[in-house]
Design a protein around this ligand. Sequence first.
Ligand SMILES: [Fe+2]
Ligand SMILES: [Fe+2]
Length: 286
Amino acid sequence: MSKFNEIVEKARQMPLLSNSSMRLMEIISEPNHNMQDIAKIVETDPALTVKILEMANSASYALRQPANTVAEALPYLGEKLITGLAMSQCAPQVFNRPMLGYESQRGELWAHGLRTAIAANEIAKVIKLKVWPGVAYTAGILHDIGKSVLSKFLTGMSPEMIKKLEKNEVDDYLAAEEAMVGANHCSIGGELAKHWKLTPPLQAAIAHHHQPADAEEEHRPLVYVVHLADMMAMLGGTGTGSDTLGYNLDHRYAAFLEIDSDTFDKIMMDILEEFEKITQALNQIA
Ligand SMILES: [Fe+2]
Ligand SMILES: [Fe+2]
């Protein structure tokens, strides 16, 4: 079996996302959903229900009356926190392991995904193109999932990969991954997204976030949103380890997303503030 096939096989063996997290992602990606739709899904998942109630009743929210039902708790938490919580609960094998191949600590993939998600959500809100902020957020959280599979195969190779980059033997970290193991985290992420039966826009964002021009035309606006958001998260100092800033910005994003420098700075601040808020809330129940 070739190395590439071996890695793809590994992606296909990953546990599936839980039903409730899949349905949550689907519903949040739809423009016309409401809190009741979300509550109905959360209520089918006892573990998630417990976490949501625990979080709403934690010190961060200081409710006068404790929330006893999901429907009471949800408005305090907001959709972003709920999706973030669902993903960390439902896919701990993906997000909550150290990634040796990227010399990254436990939780770094999660933190980078969350920062990218916040940026993608904000970018989607300010551009004129129709990219639903909910789908941009979910795509941001998931964009680097391929690394969770590839990491094991790259263990110990980071110094050589960084050298290749410094000597300009490869164009970016994606090409360095390719040179070492014949696969990169975008192609493997794409396989994982198919295996998880994610929607076509999410599959496209995961598979093409470093080369957005390769995405199918209908998905390109979303993929460019995630591409820029990813770069902004890395610029803000949160990547996933040895590969941080080892990628190129596709300047053609400007044709899709008109963002002036004030808006850019504001989004960089939003990433910091929102990230702090969400992680503080999550830490309350950790
Ligand atoms: Fe990436
Ligand atoms: Fe990334």
